[in-house]
Design a protein around this ligand. Structure first.
Ligand SMILES: Cc1cc2nc3c(=O)[nH]c(=O)nc-3n(C[C@H](O)[C@H](O)[C@H](O)COP(=O)(O)O)c2cc1C
Length: 364
């Protein structure tokens, strides 16, 4: 009887420990929709106390309302691709050399023939003014002060003209767009981007349908943003639709209507990279939309090398970039070592914007 009791108590304690452990290790995408989120050691968190992106990812969400927070960290399906984008970097190891005369080195490089301060850029994400009063202007100013590339989203809450005017003339700024069913929307964005000095157009091709993301946040967040309006889309919001009929001929169409280089974002195979190159793309941007589109597709870093090898041998002038799960300098190094010319970050920039709001401006 005593033995049974001890055993029972031990089981309860063990179960409790397992539950505690599981809770502590719960990845963000497994936290229930709209849950109260109170991370440890974030009470006095500020930009100054953040040591790395993990700190931002842990503390910044606590400053947002549940919808905005879920919108950033969510992925599609059961979050497998979202999770693996980050995890895959941990499976890649660096073969370290020594005594290589490490003096006078620089992080400067060129992208599409233009000098940048570092091979890192900000991926296009929507709705920055929800996270910081300066919105996309704050992002663009921050990126340009580092010599980093900024990609402005066509669904930004600031106009592309406003952003162009907010950054120094030499800043590297690219404009993102989808190929909307109403091609006049695209032509309008292209002409305005040309007029205001954008250096390239990024066309996102991995969204034939809008996959819903966890907690139905995409629709809910979109509704919230719609009330603010999208200054880069000169058409009704009902016209901002994905076009499932698109093919690589539409990339060729885009290439032919502009003098700006076209970066095709959302390529995940060597076969599609070739088709994009044949359609006239100047660069291939390897991305699975940060795990927000087809769940179960490979993590980006795992497909990068194959795409780079194919592109480099058949189209040596075409550059390859990558995003998804990049959270440290060593992740950047691994992506560059595997052949990327530059890398882009999505969520970390939004966490940075959130943490950058002065305390007195914080809403939550
Ligand atoms: C909140 C959010 C909104 C996004 N919106 C867009 C978008 O409108 N167009 C697009 O091409 N990619 C969009 N993306 C994908 C990013 O451009 C990028 O591919 C992805 O965030 C990279 O992964 P990371 O967040 O792990 O760095 C979005 C990503 C997030 C997190």
């Amino acid at each position: 009887m005593n033995m049974k009791k001890i055993c029972f108590e031990e089981c309860i304690v063990t179960l409790f420990c397992i539950l505690q452990l599981t809770k502590a290790q719960l990845p963000e995408w497994k936290i229930p929709c709209g849950a109260v989120y109170k991370p440890k050691n974030c009470e006095n968190a500020s930009l100054e106390t953040m040591k790395n992106i993990e700190d931002f990812e842990r503390c910044a969400p606590a400053l947002l309302d549940p919808l905005s927070r879920d919108y950033i960290w969510a992925g599609s399906g059961n979050g497998q691709t979202l999770w693996e984008n980050k995890e895959a970097y941990k499976r890649i190891w660096i073969k370290k050399r020594v005594l290589k005369r490490m003096v006078n080195y620089t992080s400067e490089t060129t992208v599409l023939g233009q000098k940048v301060g570092l091979p890192i850029g900000i991926a296009p994400t929507a709705g920055h003014s929800i996270f910081h009063p300066e919105g996309e202007k704050g992002t663009a100013k921050g990126a340009s002060s580092m010599g980093a590339i900024i990609i402005l989203n066509s669904l930004a809450l600031r106009s592309l003209e406003h952003i162009a005017a907010s950054v120094p003339a030499g800043a590297v700024k690219w404009m993102q767009t989808y190929i909307y069913p109403n091609r006049n929307i695209v032509i309008d964005i292209v002409r305005r981007a040309e007029r205001t000095g954008y250096n390239a157009l990024v066309v996102t091709v991995d969204e034939p349908y809008e996959f819903e993301i966890k907690c139905n946040v995409r629709s809910r967040f979109f509704e919230k943003e719609v009330s603010v309006g999208f200054p880069n889309i000169r058409a009704g919001v009902e016209e901002i639709l994905a076009d499932p009929s698109l093919t690589f001929d539409d990339i060729a169409w885009l290439v032919n209507i502009t003098r700006l280089p076209i970066v095709v974002k959302g390529i995940m195979t060597a076969e599609d990279a070739k088709l994009a190159a044949e359609a006239g793309a100047s660069a291939i941007y390897v991305s699975n939309h940060g795990g927000r589109e087809l769940d179960g597709c490979l993590p980006t870093i795992e497909v990068l090398h194959e795409i780079v090898s194919t592109v480099n041998s058949a189209y040596p002038s075409i550059e390859v970039y990558v995003d998804g799960g990049i959270r440290s300098g060593s992740d950047v190094f691994k992506a560059l070592a595997l052949g990327a010319k530059a890398v882009f970050i999505g969520r970390p920039a939004l966490w940075g914007l959130t943490m950058g709001v002065k305390k007195e401006l914080r809403k939550f």
